[in-house]
Design a protein. Structure first.
Length: 321
């Protein structure tokens, strides 16, 4: 058993009568996640009036709860002096503008050089939070805005906003083909049975909902503004491929490079030199996890994507578009 970090005592209010114990504790101790509280109950670290309860037990009001909060297990991740573009920070959260090419979290084949390693260098206190406070991710070659929690209470409340779909994320996506109008894709996404590295639309998948509208049309491509109601792996990339408009430059779902007939030299060079999916997390809106204040950020696309859209625009105007 892990060493006890601290002992906390709480009293169940009378108006909590009838609530499940794990739910009551989660409300009374918002700095801890409900999953942590449930694990402590399973591990026998919680006493209800000096008795070991079950998480599904109901409270009647007036009970005394004692919790032996265990020490956090700190993973063996090393801080690394990797520069981060911090767009906002206070004692509870940090908003990062992630560059394309930076992996967010260590994994197979990426045990160092990640955003998580950079975060631990920028703020060593993040070592005690799960995943160093990272509550959502971006693919390695997707650029843009990402929020990181700097406290337990911020992490739990930001995760709750994600699950309640009140944390809003907007993207710029450049797709192959000319779309007629915006719309919504509501198709489940799951692992591809034939290639475990890929995701696909499948009845066996989890619900996924993507909204998109046209920002600008070019001769053979379309710039979209995309909003997510869910956060499935590769969601935008998979849904756009499903519609028949894969992201330009996508090495997994994009297919071969398409260059418009009689393309300008600048456009041909820009298309051939763009080596990632043309996807940028441009907008982020959330309620501050402590003050409740609505906060929002908008980040212009990085130079590689801006040069590409400028070349597409120039080519379209030159051909009378």
């Amino acid at each position: 058993m892990r060493a006890v970090a601290k002992q906390i005592t709480v009293h169940i209010p009378e108006d909590f009568a009838g609530k499940r114990l794990d739910k009551a504790l989660a409300e009374l101790c918002p700095e801890y996640s409900r999953s942590s509280i449930q694990k402590w109950l399973r591990d026998g670290l919680v006493l209800l009036d000096d008795e070991v309860p079950r998480q599904r037990d109901r409270v009647t009001g007036g009970e005394q709860i004692e919790v032996a909060v265990p020490e956090a297990l700190v993973p063996d991740w090393l801080p690394e002096p990797i520069e981060l573009d911090v767009r906002y920070q206070d004692q509870h959260l940090m908003v990062i503008n992630k560059p394309a090419g930076l992996v967010v979290h260590p994994g197979a084949g990426n045990d160092h050089g990640t955003m998580l390693n950079a975060l631990l260098f920028a703020d060593p206190n993040l070592a005690v939070l799960p995943r160093a406070g990272i509550v959502h991710r971006l693919d390695k070659d997707t650029s843009g805005l990402l929020v990181v929690a700097r406290s337990d209470i911020a992490r739990n409340r930001l995760i709750a906003q994600l699950s309640q779909r009140s944390l809003k994320r907007g993207y710029l996506a450049l797709v192959c083909g000319v779309m007629i109008s915006g719309g919504t894709v509501e198709e489940p996404i799951g692992r591809d049975r034939h290639d475990r590295r890929r995701m696909t639309v499948t009845e066996r998948g989890k619900p996924a909902l993507t909204h998109f509208r046209i920002a600008q049309r070019f001769r053979a491509h379309t710039l979209l503004r995309v909003a997510l109601d869910t956060g499935r792996t590769h969601q935008i990339r998979v849904h756009m491929k499903y519609l028949g408009f894969p992201l330009l430059g996508d090495p997994v779902y994009g297919g071969r490079l398409r260059i418009p007939a009689h393309a300008t030299g600048r456009l041909r060079e820009a298309l051939q030199g763009f080596r990632r999916q043309a996807l940028h997390a441009s907008d982020l809106e959330l309620a501050h996890p402590v003050t409740g204040e609505t906060l929002n950020w908008r980040q212009p696309p990085p130079p590689d994507m801006s040069r590409l859209t400028e070349a597409l625009d120039e080519d379209t105007r030159r051909h009378g578009g």
